[in-house]
Design a protein around this ligand. Structure first.
Ligand SMILES: [Zn+2]
Length: 685
């Protein structure tokens, strides 16, 4: 089934979604900062993260149902409660109205008795189709339906904005087929226990759905996926903007990757015979086709049967939902309790990444139907105006920093400034073209509802290749506690649910609010990180840099990458500087831009001192506050291999270590543990 969010702008590197970490579960003090979170026995220059948030770290327990806890999670929990009320109220509306459909979908999810009574029955038509498939070609047809139904596929097909022709949509094709979070889980000895747990999970679902020889098939499925993992590109390879854009015709794809029924696959995906296909992992696709062609047909069928149950588990009886929790939340990320049903219901209806880490977020959701109800109730126009004003201040600060750069030539600078000018800033919520009046949603057919919504979402996307791009479309819903940047659309967006304390608090001390806005400015600079800089003002992949400027930029980011490589998360486990490069560049640039904008906002007057803290001290504490965060070890290991963001502690400390004003603000001197000599501080923007 389609991903509610990601499929809209599915270019391999396109959307830098900035899911993060720490949040505050307590009020934020009289001026926007929770002073009781600090550990003042720690010197800021020795451990700035500990100084800023040490007491909070000591007193905070990660909820049993979560793998992590922080500011994003706390705000997400608050949003869930708001949405629950909205959905319960919507249940009283006429079922034919859009609000009524939101209420009915929620009610269908909450009707546990009905779901238990059905057991595995809803899976039967899909499993019958898998069982009846006489050939690999027939399985390729089922895989083509993966976007609109619960089937899995070894290839991910999607519709995206064409990064070399950003006025039009195009079909994209990438590697897929893995049930664990990353290829490393199959190939690295450190994940061996997870691989064993995965095989047990596969066997469990096959047993629950009555598939023959579950143990034997589970072993064969994991062996098959291990081959797929070996052939798959790494996440670092996937960050290469140029290498991941390989436009070709269907005939060229068929010649490049024989052994898979591409005609049947695209036809089943309702894409006919696409005129142009942008292939992401060019060298992996033929290998996956060969693995598919050589695999035992019965293993492929068992693999598909497992995928159907895995993808649908959230809509099925307790036995399926518990098995999914046991592997995906407990074994993979360390959560010890399943989320209450109402939270899973809200998440299923509202979609997006309100709750991070639940697989259900990828499937049929009434995203914007919910979003409109949420905005009407919880997003006052005054917040939009204030956020807009702040974002324009940040844009001006970015422009000024680029103008002042000494290492960039006037030619490159002119192009960069054009890009700053044309960047569009979305605040709160936007327009959406989904016509929900066309979907049938009933209160007693959860599985069918999810299927119909999934079909509806994919039909909307499948009609797009070759058509003009809707430049106003959002990639995240208003109820998402997150923000994003999209270089192909040249847009940054800040959903309504994100524009709340501690991320944005117009009533807070400006120093704290601008410190937190380092994260908003972070989005502005993504257009100039190692990936974003390869897109021009129109969103097209273009090299607009002089060779010398590119060389200087690359030398500077290499030095930054080395700082992150050296950061230890758990004993022996380090951040991957290459994987997190774009986010790290954005954190450093974003914090500097926010710092400039804060000082400009003072209008030449000195900042007041509050509770003994100077304006600059409060600014850096405001940055640290948004990254208050705890995570379980298994989840941390998962993130290190699969997340393009560095962990929260690194996001606090490494940027400030490169900013001279931090040393002045806290009197950090040589000999302090987190001191970096001026020559070792990286300057990019
Ligand atoms: Zn980011």
């Amino acid at each position: 089934m389609n991903r509610c969010v990601a499929a809209i702008v599915g270019f391999a590197v396109a959307v830098a979604i900035c899911v993060g970490a720490a949040a505050n579960d307590a009020p934020f003090g009289p001026w926007g900062y929770d002073l009781s979170a600090r550990d003042t026995s720690i010197r800021p220059g020795d451990d700035f993260y500990g100084y800023a948030s040490g007491a909070w770290m000591k007193r905070t327990e990660i909820p049993a149902e979560r793998s992590n806890w922080g500011m994003h999670a706390a705000l997400a929990e608050r949003t869930l409660v708001q949405l629950r009320t909205i959905m319960e109220d919507a249940g009283k509306a006429d079922p034919k109205t859009i609000a009524g459909k939101v209420g009915a979908y929620y009610a269908a999810f909450m009707d546990e008795a009905r779901i238990e009574q059905l057991g595995a029955t809803p899976l039967r038509p899909s499993l019958d189709a898998v069982r009846a498939a006489p050939s690999r070609a027939a399985l390729a047809v089922l895989m083509g339906k993966a976007n609109a139904d619960f089937y899995g596929s070894v290839f991910n097909v999607f519709v995206q904005v064409d990064a070399k022709d950003p006025a039009h949509y195009v079909v994209g094709l990438s590697q897929s087929g893995l049930g664990m979070p990353d290829r490393d889980y199959y190939l690295q000895p450190s994940f061996a226990a997870k691989k064993t747990a995965y095989q047990a999970y596969v066997a469990k679902l096959l047993t629950l759905e009555g598939w023959p020889e579950p143990e034997k098939n589970a072993a064969a499925i994991v062996a098959l996926e291990t081959k797929i993992a070996e052939a798959s590109w790494t996440r670092v390879q996937e960050r290469d903007v140029v290498a991941t854009y390989n436009a070709m015709s269907l005939a060229e794809l068929k010649a490049m990757a024989p052994g898979f029924d591409w005609d049947g696959f695209f036809k089943a995906a309702d894409l006919g015979a696409p005129a142009k296909i942008v292939v992401v992992e060019k060298t992996a696709i033929p290998k996956l086709a060969a693995i598919f062609a050589a695999a035992d047909l019965n293993t492929l069928k068992a693999w598909e049967a497992f995928n159907v149950a895995d993808n649908a588990s959230v809509y099925l009886s307790k036995a399926f939902a518990d098995a999914s929790f046991e592997f995906r939340s407990h074994a993979l990320t360390g959560a010890t309790e399943q989320r209450p049903r109402w939270k899973r219901a809200v998440h299923t209806v509202a979609g997006g990444d309100i709750l991070f880490g639940l697989r259900s977020e990828q499937y049929g959701c009434l995203v914007w139907a919910t979003g409109d109800l949420y905005v009407a109730k919880h997003f006052p126009p005054a917040v939009r105006a204030k956020a807009n004003a702040q974002m324009e201040n940040l844009r001006a600060a970015l422009r000024a920093r680029i103008e002042r750069l000494t290492w960039m030539s006037p030619a490159t600078k002119a192009k960069a400034l054009e890009k700053v000018k044309t960047l569009r800033i979305f605040i709160g919520s936007g327009h959406d073209d989904r016509d929900y009046s066309r979907i049938v949603v009933t209160h007693d057919d959860l599985f069918g509802d999810a299927q119909r919504i999934g079909e509806f979402e994919w039909a909307r996307l499948a009609a797009r290749p070759g058509k003009a791009v809707d430049r106003d479309e959002w990639a995240e819903s208003p109820q998402t506690v997150n923000d994003y940047e999209d270089p192909v659309m040249n847009v940054v967006a800040f959903p309504a649910a994100y524009l709340q304390a501690p991320f944005f608090d117009a009533g807070a001390d400006p120093a704290v609010n601008y410190g937190a806005a380092g994260l908003m400015a972070h989005e502005l600079t993504h257009g100039f990180d190692d990936q974003g800089r390869q897109f021009d003002a129109q969103g097209r992949i273009t090299d607009w840099w002089t060779p010398d400027d590119a060389k200087t930029f690359n030398a500077r980011i290499k030095a930054l990458g080395a700082q992150y490589d050296a950061y230890q998360v758990l004993p022996g486990l380090h951040v991957n500087g290459d994987l997190t490069m774009g986010e790290n560049i954005a954190d450093l640039g974003g914090l500097l831009i926010a710092y400039d904008a804060y000082h400009k906002s003072l209008g030449g007057k000195p900042a007041p001192v509050l509770d003994g803290l100077t304006g600059d001290q409060r600014f850096f504490l405001g940055w640290a506050q948004v990254w208050r965060y705890k995570i379980r070890d298994d989840a941390a290991r998962n993130r290190i291999v699969s997340d393009v963001h560095a962990p929260a502690g690194a996001r606090v400390v490494i940027p400030v270590q490169n900013i001279d004003a931090w040393y002045t603000a806290f009197g950090v001197k040589p000999g302090d543990k987190q001191y970096r000599a001026p020559k070792d501080r990286v300057k990019i923007w």
